[in-house]
Write a protein that binds this ligand. Structure first.
Ligand code: NAD
Ligand code: LMR
Length: 333
């Protein structure tokens, strides 16, 4: 092995964790020559189940798997982590005080508190240049809470929108009769919620401008494509009786690779990062934006054109992010 990397994963015994960990340990994500040390974090009562997951990982006999630590102690868990994947939180669909949690934003109060202590511990104990991806919902605002407590400018905090980008790419490929891999420059703007805005106008599909590739059909765009992508999470919960896990795990790992490897010239990848006022989006939100990685650092691409239609949808999603932020001001550090 040439080098090693330490990845901390919270909620590691949950359903996304179960789909994500074998791929992380297999060598597929960081390469076969990089030893992957796993710090698996769970709440105390779930540690026995987590030990079972760790036993299975060992039994996969992956060449790239290094040490496995199972812990409920976040200082130990985040210690020296290069990457932190924050899955640990409740999914919607659960019943709290006799009421079913229907929307991701209804999880704000239930999950938001997890990210105060975890953010602080990541700031203090993870590497000062750690990459942190929040998957637990509502992902954008949880990431905002965590980042505010970490207070580490060198860490890259993101909330996941890659699943939305993958969902949108699959729908666009189907509609245009193109290969899914030919969908490029696809940005998810705003929140991981029903207001998210998958931007067809800046996308390229099969080498064509995205809007042309869908037959310049605005009615399909607004009445079919947008609602399907925006409500895909709910459709999966209704069909499976549980929220997306395989596709969520795969998209989280896509984000890791998109950050760790250089973005192709002319392409972008999607994640929510701390806004700095670009595109007239107010500073200080965790907002979905078009990103570029040089394999080391990540920057916001700033030459996307915003049509009037896009502006309307982006503004609505940003307004929702502001509302969520204001609802948890007491949790922001
Ligand atoms: P799950 O219930 O199967 O697993 C969650 C795990 O987190 C459980 O094992 C639980 O014990 C653990 N956990 C809870 N609180 C914790 C804490 N404080 N520290 C460490 N671990 C803790 O849920 P899941 O299906 O794996 O989903 C996890 C989260 O991801 C949910 O919030 C879900 O809504 C969200 N999600 C987000 C996206 C996205 O695109 N951003 C996609 C799918 C799911
Ligand atoms: C998803 O988009 O699949 C996740 O955010 C889970 C959910 O609650 O929809």
């Amino acid at each position: 092995m040439n080098s090693s990397i330490t990845v901390a994963v919270t909620g590691a015994a949950g359903q996304i964790g179960y789909a994500l960990l074998p791929r992380l340990a297999s060598g597929e994500i960081f390469g076969p020559d990089v030893r992957v040390n796993l710090k698996l974090i769970e709440i105390e009562p779930v540690l026995p189940k987590l030990e079972g997951t760790a036993m299975e990982l060992t039994d996969c006999a992956f060449g790239a798997l290094g040490d496995i630590t199972c812990t409920a102690d976040i200082e130990t868990g985040f210690g020296d982590a290069d990457w932190v994947l924050l899955l640990g939180s409740m999914p919607r669909g659960i019943v709290v005080d006799g009421r079913k949690i229907e929307e991701r934003s209804d999880l704000l109060r239930i999950n938001g508190g997890i990210f105060t202590d975890q953010g602080r511990a990541i700031g203090r104990f993870a590497r000062p240049d750690a990459r942190v991806l929040v998957v637990g919902n509502p992902a954008n605002t949880n990431a905002l809470i965590g980042r505010s407590h970490a207070r580490q400018e060198g860490q890259l905090w993101m909330a996941m929108t890659a699943l939305d980008a993958n969902r949108a790419a699959a729908q666009l490929a189907r509609r245009s009769g193109s290969e899914v891999r030919s969908v490029r420059r696809l940005c998810i703007w705003g929140n991981h919620s029903p207001t998210m805005y998958p931007d067809v106008f800046n996308a390229q599909i099969g080498g064509q401008p995205g809007f042309e590739a869908i037959g310049s059909d605005q009615a399909w765009l607004e009445s079919d494509f947008l609602p399907v992508v925006q409500q895909r999470g709910k459709a999966i919960i209704e069909a499976r009786g549980a929220s997306s896990a395989m596709s969520a795990a795969s998209s989280a790992l896509d984000t890791v690779m998109q950050v760790a490897r250089p973005t192709e010239a002319g392409d972008c990848f999607s994640a929510a990062v701390f806004s700095d006022g670009r595109y007239d989006i107010p500073e200080g939100l965790m907002c979905g934006l078009p990103l570029f990685s040089d394999g080391g650092s990540v920057r916001v691409i700033d030459d996307f054109e915003i049509s009037d239609l896009s502006r309307r949808y982006i503004d609505a999603s940003v307004a929702e992010l502001i509302e969520e932020r204001d609802a948890v001001r007491d949790l922001i550090g």
